[in-house]
Write a protein that binds this ligand. Structure first.
Ligand SMILES: Nc1ncnc2c1ncn2[C@@H]1O[C@H](COP(=O)(O)OP(=O)(O)OP(=O)(O)O)[C@@H](O)[C@H]1O
Ligand SMILES: [Mg+2]
Length: 285
């Protein structure tokens, strides 16, 4: 087996009665890597997480998580993974601290670790609040804290920042990058292309149950940069968008020689544009 592969999917397909939800999904996740599964509603993101974590059986193909076939997962694997799907499993009447402490008992995690995680998610000052009284973003952070308490090797996040305000989303991004630095592998699903471009080492674009593009966000954007364009801002002018051709190259060279360019950059497409191009579909649907 390739080194540091923590998760691999090969030829995974899933059929619900009349619907083919996943078609021949292949991918791998390595230690210290963040992989984003991107796709519109109904693309098959949650179904994929459920198959990997043994909550749903695939129709065909194989999923291996930490060396174990996902269809034979037993309790011991849950000591090594963390799953954040929705806000379920939070005890509303217990305080923030108690919610974490119950799990610390199950996982045999020290009080120090609870404190550390509480600080990391920025909930230390709310430790005495009943969890049912937390705001949406705070609840999401508590769920995340609980999922990483036992330092899992692989973390699954189903839309971790959906519906959160930008500053809470940024706090969660920062935390995910810290966890990645610690060597955790993170599998996340999102609708948010900017989030994916910022966080993910690799992304899979999922459309109607199929991976239509896979690679680093930069690789994917450059691959789809077919009509190369440059955006140039000259002193006292509006921004110009120029195709790459010999005439424009001479123009740009002339401006450069005369030091007239205030700003110049390439115009490769964003992940969102690529997604629209390969699927013909808007993401935020
Ligand atoms: N238990 C089930 N029985 C029948 N169909 C299902 C079941 N679970 C999911 N599906 C169907 O499979 C498809 C993929 O669903 P899934 O929940 O994986 O999508 P998703 O990408 O997570 O979407 P969202 O972004 O809305 O969460 C959908 O069309 C859904 O209706
Ligand atoms: Mg989903």
């Amino acid at each position: 087996m390739e080194q540091n592969v923590l998760l691999s999917l090969s030829h995974i397909s899933k059929r619900f009665k009349t619907e083919q939800a996943l078609k021949d999904i292949n991918m791998t996740l390595h230690q210290g890597e963040i992989l984003g599964f991107l796709g519109p509603s109904g693309a098959g993101k949650t179904t994929t997480i459920k198959i990997i974590t043994g909550q749903l059986r695939q129709t065909s193909g194989e999923a291996r998580l930490l060396g174990t076939d996902s269809s034979n997962i037993d309790a011991s694997i849950y000591e090594k993974i963390g799953v954040v799907s929705d806000n379920s499993g939070i005890y509303k009447k217990m305080t923030v601290w108690q919610n974490l402490y119950v799990f610390a008992g199950i996982w045999q995690v020290s009080r120090e670790r609870v404190e550390q995680v509480l600080a990391q998610v920025g909930l230390a000052e709310h430790r005495k609040k009943p969890a049912g009284k937390l705001s949406k973003g705070q609840t999401q952070r508590l769920v995340l804290a609980r999922a990483v308490l036992h330092k899992p090797r692989v973390l699954f996040l189903d839309e971790p920042t959906s519906g959160l305000d930008p500053s809470t989303a940024v706090a969660i991004h920062r935390m995910l990058l810290e966890l990645k630095e610690e060597g955790m592998a993170i599998f996340l699903t999102t609708h948010n292309m900017e989030e994916a471009a910022k966080l993910c080492d690799k992304v899979a674009l999922l459309h109607d149950g199929e991976i239509v593009e896979f690679g680093s966000p930069q690789e994917i954007c450059l691959k789809h940069n077919r009509n190369k364009k440059y955006s140039v801002l000259l002193e006292g002018h509006r921004e110009l968008e120029l195709d790459q051709n010999p005439e424009n190259v001479r123009k740009i060279a002339g401006w450069m020689e005369r030091d007239e360019i205030m700003r110049i950059h390439s115009c490769e497409p964003t992940l969102e544009t690529v997604f629209l191009e390969v699927t013909g579909k808007e993401l935020n649907v």
